[in-house]
Design a protein around this ligand. Structure first.
Ligand SMILES: [Zn+2]
Length: 387
């Protein structure tokens, strides 16, 4: 058995751990910190404990809060220009996947001269980046432990930069920052994290024993805690477990990449601006059912894992696989996610473009257990129009 695995050098998980960013800077004698966030994070007051601790440690900060969902090339450019102008010596990204992804690229381009287009793809970046700390405020993307930044390109397709240079030096999991997440965001981001675990476990090319161990533990943590976190956002234990689950799933898929669920989700975000988590939730079970002929045994592993301790006695692979799919179908209903594309103004006329854009995500589709053709992708979207 041969495989490679990498993750962040340092992870801190504790309510209130946000103050560790200042300690990180002090140990390295860094004085000027660019903080990357979005306006929602700022409005929710989540920047305050970070900025207070940075200022308390004698550091100077510049705050970039222009991050929007599905950030485009212009946002990335403005962020790294601010880093350069300010003379940033390190970057802290605080927020959901978009903020952390922009922070990664700002830290990179603050110290490297390539263009964004030049580093899109896998391990194309040749430069260096500033020291980088990432702090998620949702339990979803796992971006704090992945070497990936997703940018919406000017033609509205998603470009992915995958480079070991984008893995941060430190990831901070502070559940206090997630207590005020609204239920819908908790649901969508949590389902995204569950998709990461499932797709990592069934990833075709680079699945390995470490990613398997992380993915199965992640799925269990997420499944056990997503309902409590959804129904009672102030439950710190559930919130901590969600953050940890999303982080473990991120570590898994950083090494055993996600596949067709994500490939089919991206066009829903790129063209129709559905959130990443919602987009994934919409296509999730349709894609898993499509993959079943190639991955039933693996789905059965996950189904058995999730029914451990219950009355379920799924002895055959088919029964265990049914258990997983049934659990996910029920979960989407309990979390009040509307998976009908029609609800979001998407119609038959959009199916060709959606399928075309999904097929552009070959970076992801090569990891899928079953080959996806244009007709397959179109049929999956079609089943979600009203179903
Ligand atoms: Zn995702």
């Amino acid at each position: 058995m041969e495989f490679a695995f990498s993750t962040v050098p340092q992870l801190v998980c504790a309510p209130g751990a946000i103050t560790r960013a200042a300690e990180f800077a002090q140990r390295r004698l860094l004085k000027r910190v660019l903080v990357v966030a979005d306006p929602g994070v700022e409005r929710a007051g989540l920047l305050r404990p970070l900025l207070d601790s940075l200022h308390g440690a004698g550091l100077t900060t510049s705050v970039f809060t222009e991050v929007v969902p599905d950030p485009g090339e212009d946002i990335v450019t403005r962020a790294y220009q601010q880093a350069r102008t300010f003379g940033a010596q390190m970057v802290v990204g605080l927020g959901g996947g978009s903020s952390m992804d922009v922070a990664k690229l700002a830290a990179y381009f603050a110290d490297s001269s390539e263009t964004l287009r030049q580093i899109i793809g896998v391990e194309q970046a040749k430069g260096r980046r500033l020291p980088l700390v990432l702090v998620p405020t949702t339990a979803g993307t796992g971006s704090e432990v992945t070497p990936i930044a997703i940018v919406t390109l000017n033609d509205q397709t998603k470009g992915g930069v995958v480079s070991h240079l984008l893995l941060p030096d430190l990831a901070i999991l502070d559940a206090n920052l997630t207590l005020s997440l609204p239920p819908a965001v908790t649901a969508h981001t949590g389902l995204d994290a569950m998709v990461h675990a499932i797709e990592a476990y069934t990833s075709k090319l680079r699945k390995n024993p470490v990613s398997d161990a992380l993915a199965t533990r992640a799925l269990q943590l997420l499944n056990d805690n997503i309902r409590p976190a959804f129904h009672d956002g102030g439950n710190v234990t559930a919130r901590s477990n969600m953050l940890l689950g999303a982080c473990l799933a991120g570590m898994a898929f950083a090494n055993a990449p996600v596949a067709a669920v994500h490939a089919l989700a991206y066009p829903l975000g790129g063209i129709f601006h559905l959130s990443h988590g919602l987009s994934n939730a919409i296509v999730l079970t349709e894609v898993l059912r499509f993959n079943r002929s190639a991955a039933e045994r693996l789905y059965a592993d996950l189904g058995r894992q999730l029914c451990a301790g219950t009355q379920c006695n799924a002895k055959s692979d088919a029964a265990a696989c049914d258990h997983l799919f049934g659990l996910l179908d029920d979960l989407v209903v309990e979390l009040q996610v509307d998976t009908r594309l029609g609800t979001y103004g998407i119609s038959h006329n959009d199916l060709d473009r959606l399928a075309e854009d999904a097929l552009k995500q070959q970076r992801l589709l090569v990891n899928n257990p079953r080959e996806v053709t244009f007709a397959d992708a179109r049929a999956i979207y079609e089943r979600r129009l009203i179903a």
